[in-house]
Design a protein. Structure first.
Length: 552
């Protein structure tokens, strides 16, 4: 190497080293290097591509002096060249626009590229990227230039790695703080929508991305359903079935999936719709609860974004926290629904019991009241809170039936249904009550509760009494008719004889006596007529304890 060249290379190396030392962000390092190298090395363009370990391909990191169409070509270089680069050795080429083995030769010719020096970017003997120096005129790179460029590429590798490490350290601190904030937010509520919206809004902004979606697995069908989204259009969300996407399928197995260029990755299904939405890169991480995947979070970037290990770990940590919070919110929803169902069931039972017209109450095996319907409460003139828990026998205010005939006591003793009728004296007179008690058994077949139904049968008793009176009346009426019929025959004969006798007598005194007899016989005849047409009678007090009967 000539002294002049040595001095020039030393100056270039010093300048690059200064540039690298002033910049710690690895993206800024790459942008600075590709802008400065053309002027320092008398070349036309420079690019840096970084190795994406998830796909084992080199993705664009920084470029200067080239068109977007050229940078977007599918093949970086021939397979032979890429194999040498992956082995850690540089490759210099001239007349690349005439290389028939290169699939994108037409793009190379349009760009006017003649010579290319491709250098592996190494860090600790591992290839982490490639540095390409391009000229638009044929230039044969000398061994000294290649050796110097290799040293320069190694410095670039150190700079990128240092920048990455520094950026990773900063990101880790920021991510730790953000994890704490997100954890506090999602665990401060049990509302599922609030938890989901917090995650989709905070996660992409923390990673410098534009959008985020959460899809949850429906347990019954194992199908993913959109649960929350942020920063994405409704048209994109309705693009079609996404369960068959490879990146989704991989995430459902429990592994994060990072895609640098969605337009070229085979794991992306709807490339055209992603292009219209402006999505360039994505990261998919599984939502897990106790090791079980319950859904997928996807972070979407509008710029090409190489997701670092810190970012992937951060997203995975948030997904884990979010998974637990989502499960807690779901459990809360289930508990709330269950409570509502129980309350509805209690209201239904209470309304049903209150529709029962007889009095109904339930006591436990210790004779404490645990349930009563409205009819019973109204009969007692009490509110429910005043009676619940009260001793059963204290409810009756000294008018309860004795323990040996009390149906509740009998049920607790025998375990069989028991009933009893007893009289209860009230202000409006005596009332008859029919009390029927039935057991409710526990798992051991022992009486746990007793249900007592109390019916006021006073009206029934009164009807029975009236019926008995009607039967008695009917008997009297029938008897009167029979007696009247038996009396009428001799009565009419006697009346006829008396009337004949009256005509034959001459003594005035005897005629008067016969006339008296005739009047009495006619009175008896009128009485028997009434008896044959009688429908009722009424007794009245007479003299002393005697009573007389008036026929109706």
């Amino acid at each position: 190497m000539q002294p002049v060249n040595e001095l020039k290379y030393l100056q270039v190396l010093q300048k690059v080293t200064k540039l690298i030392s002033r910049v710690l962000d690895h993206q800024q390092v790459m942008d600075t290097i590709v802008r400065e190298l053309p002027g320092l090395l008398d070349i036309d363009a420079a690019t840096i591509r970084l190795l994406d370990t998830s796909t084992n391909t080199f993705v664009m990191g920084a470029a200067h002096g080239l068109s977007l169409e050229y940078l977007s070509r599918t093949q970086i270089d021939s397979d032979e060249t890429m194999a040498v680069i992956n082995s850690g050795y540089p490759v210099a080429k001239t007349d690349v626009d005439q290389d028939s083995h290169f699939s994108d030769q037409e793009l190379v010719s349009q760009e006017g590229i003649k010579s290319v020096l491709t250098l592996p970017i190494l860090f600790q003997d591992s290839v982490i990227g490639i540095l390409r120096l391009l000229t638009k005129h044929n230039r044969t790179f000398t061994p000294e230039e290649i050796s110097f460029s290799m040293a320069l590429a190694e410095q670039v590798g150190i700079a990128i790695s240092n920048g990455r490490m520094f950026s990773e350290m900063e990101n880790q601190i920021d991510f730790m703080q953000e994890v704490q904030k997100i954890s506090t937010l999602v665990n401060s509520t049990l509302d599922l929508d609030s938890v989901l919206n917090t995650i989709v809004q905070r996660l992409p902004s923390s990673m410098g991305c534009q959008a985020c979606t959460i899809r949850l697995l429906r347990p019954e069908t194992k199908q993913l359903e959109l649960a929350a989204s942020y920063g994405i259009s409704a048209e994109y969300l309705q693009r079609g079935e996404i369960g068959q996407k490879q990146n989704i399928a991989l995430a459902l197995t429990g592994a994060p999936v990072s895609i640098y260029d969605v337009s070229r990755d085979e794991r992306v299904q709807y490339k055209d719709k992603m292009a219209r939405e402006g999505i360039k890169s994505l990261l998919a991480v599984p939502l897990k609860v106790k090791g079980e995947v319950i859904g997928v979070i996807r972070i979407l970037s509008a710029t090409h974004h190489c997701f670092t290990s810190s970012e992937v770990n951060f997203a995975a940590t948030v997904a884990e926290i979010g998974g637990t919070a989502i499960q807690n919110a779901r459990n809360y929803q289930k508990i709330t629904l269950l409570i509502k169902q129980v309350e509805e069931s209690e209201r239904f039972v209470a309304n049903t019991l209150n529709c029962i017209r007889p009095q109904l109450l339930v006591v436990d095996r210790n004779l404490h009241l645990v349930l009563a319907n409205r009819v019973f409460l109204e009969a007692m003139g009490k509110e429910e809170q005043d009676l619940l828990g009260a001793d059963y026998h204290s409810l009756w205010q000294g008018q309860a039936c004795p323990a040996d005939i009390c149906p509740v006591e009998q049920v607790l003793t025998t375990g069989q249904v028991a009933s009893h009728e007893h009289q209860l004296v009230k202000d409006d007179g005596p009332h008859w009550l029919e009390r029927t008690a039935s057991p409710m058994l526990d798992d051991k077949g022992e009486v746990e509760y007793v249900i007592e139904v109390i019916r006021d049968i006073t009206a029934k008793r009164q009807l029975e009494q009236e019926h008995l009176e009607r039967v008695k009346l009917q008997g009297v009426v029938e008897l009167a008719g029979t007696v009247a019929h038996e009396i009428n025959s001799p009565l009419f004969a006697a009346l006829g004889t008396a009337q004949l006798l009256e005509e034959e007598l001459e003594s005035a005194e005897l005629i008067k006596d016969v006339q008296t007899i005739i009047r009495n016989l006619k009175t008896i005849g009128e009485l028997t007529r009434k008896m044959t047409t009688m429908t009722g009678f009424e007794s009245r007090d007479y003299v002393g304890e005697a009573k007389i009967v008036e026929l109706r």
